[in-house]
Write a protein that binds this ligand. Structure first.
Ligand SMILES: Cc1cc2nc3c(=O)[nH]c(=O)nc-3n(C[C@H](O)[C@H](O)[C@H](O)COP(=O)(O)OP(=O)(O)OC[C@H]3O[C@@H](n4cnc5c(N)ncnc54)[C@H](O)[C@@H]3O)c2cc1C
Length: 428
């Protein structure tokens, strides 16, 4: 189906994380027409799944709330969720884009009252908590979700559960006949704000993520600390629900390693320093964090935060690349084996829980991108040969939120220039 929702004066932003939202807003607030396409049911991206932000330790909700308010108030931005960009052809000023729109089975009448969720018994792994707990198969992705609209999981469509959800809805918002759609649009410029995904910890065999319940990733740890997470914000370990007070953090899990990701994921050191403060917050002086590291990369303005954590008596730093993890079968404790490179002592240290600071790789790794897109050796987006498509945020490099926003603003300006040049060529 070809849709007339865009023209070659339109900017398409692919990905509705913090970078995509920023890029869309900057262009829209300059009067440009923007389509913001996000493949999941809500805007916010991975930032919305963090518990706190370094270095201020504030909640991500503040930044998201401001951006959502700006988006809601701007008629120049058209938000399309559950929409994936599957193909782009053409050149600068005139791109043909294919969008695949998945059915939500819930229309804009939804008031997010939750009646459909109450009527359904079936559960699915909770995407907002990386599958660490379950939610009903009729669900609101999370409290800050935009649009504030439920989603019916396809697993209950065509079942009595789906019908029960529909019957419970008093405003006629559930439409189980919705189908997947493919839409083609024309746009003048494309901003790829497709973000990142965590390196698959299962691939790091010596660390036993696939075997030991008490070895988790840094993303999962964010959810454990969050009151909306699977444990209601308590640092409890997955194997037995015991309080996790003695926690090991392993840096460079997947990054800076010829076997996995060659690049430094840059964020992980700061994320770990931040997470030691979740441990302090939870257990006070009784909590113990041990960071196993090669070197700490707390880039520029974050040095003060690093210095503060270094002074914290509950945090210990061991300069070492952990060689392997075993498990004490009697109590489920992971045992870390390696050599401390400052004293060259061998260690076998037991902890309640291990958090792997997993690396960041581009979300588009393995995805067929337009031939025009130029990637670096780690598959991050550098730009396009025809000069009309731009990367933004963590799609271009492992960036923190501040830098992702700066990069998105720069991409937006370049896209605006493409639209201006297209308009002046037409006028001439
Ligand atoms: C453990 C950990 C903790 C962190 N803590 C902090 C912190 O405290 N402070 C900080 O500043 N940074 C932190 N970060 C970094 C932060 O998560 C990133 O800076 C941020 O997520 C980058 O935002 P983004 O919009 O570029 O990418 P993302 O958040 O990944 O958003 C990309 C969006 O694009 C969508 N998308 C992808 N492909 C398509 C497609 N083909 N079509 C449509 N949509 C698509 C995705 O669904 C997603 O919504 C942390 C990172 C980690 C690993």
């Amino acid at each position: 189906m070809t849709a007339s929702i865009a023209t070659h004066q339109t900017i398409l932003v692919v990905g509705g994380g913090i970078a995509g939202m920023t890029a869309a807003l900057e262009a829209a607030e300059c009067g440009k027409q923007v389509i913001l396409a996000e493949k999941t049911p809500t805007l916010g991206g991975r930032t919305s799944l963090l518990y706190r932000y370094f270095p201020k330790m504030c909640h991500p909700t503040c930044g998201l709330e401001i951006n959502l308010k700006r988006i809601k108030g701007n008629p120049n931005v058209r938000v399309m969720t559950m929409t994936e960009v599957t193909a782009v052809t053409g050149s600068r000023g005139n791109y043909r884009v294919t969008l695949k729109i998945k059915p939500r089975y819930v229309n804009e009448n939804c008031t997010a009252c939750g009646d459909c969720g109450k009527a359904v018994q079936a559960e699915i792994p909770n995407p907002a908590n990386y599958g660490l707990d379950k939610i009903k198969a009729a669900y609101l992705p999370h409290g800050m979700a935009y649009p504030q609209r439920y989603v019916i999981d396809p697993s209950i469509v065509g079942t009595p559960e789906g019908e029960a959800a529909k019957a419970a809805c008093k405003v006629g918002a559930i439409d189980l006949a919705m189908q997947e759609e493919t839409v083609e649009i024309t746009v003048g410029s494309v901003i790829w704000a497709t973000g990142w995904r965590p390196f698959d910890a299962n691939k790091i065999q010596p660390y036993g993520y696939d075997r030991y319940a008490n070895v988790i990733t840094s993303l999962e740890f964010e959810r454990l600390a969050d009151p909306h997470g699977p444990t209601g914000g308590k640092l409890l370990r997955p194997s037995d629900g015991k309080e996790a007070k003695n926690i090991a953090f392993i840096q460079c899990a997947g990054s800076r390693d010829e076997n996995y990701l060659r690049h430094c994921s840059r964020i992980c050191c700061m994320a770990t320093l931040k997470q030691t403060q979740y441990v302090r917050e939870a257990w006070g002086d009784e909590g113990k964090s041990t960071i196993y590291y090669i070197d700490i990369r707390a880039i520029d303005r974050f040095e003060d935060f690093y210095a503060k954590v270094w002074q914290d008596p509950t945090v210990r730093f061991i300069k070492s690349k952990v060689a392997r993890i075993a498990e004490n079968e009697a109590n489920g404790n992971p045992i870390l084996h390696g050599v401390d490179t400052e004293g060259y002592h061998r260690y076998a240290n037991e902890h309640d829980l291990v958090v792997l600071a997993v690396g960041m790789e581009p979300e588009v790794t393995g995805v067929k991108l337009p031939d025009d897109i130029v990637l670096d050796s780690s598959h991050f987006i550098e730009g396009s040969k025809s000069g009309g498509m731009f990367g933004a945020g963590a799609a271009t490099s492992p960036l923190d939120v501040n830098r992702a926003v700066q990069s998105a603003t720069a991409a937006s300006l370049r896209a605006i220039q493409v639209i201006h040049q297209t308009a002046s060529t037409e006028a001439a």
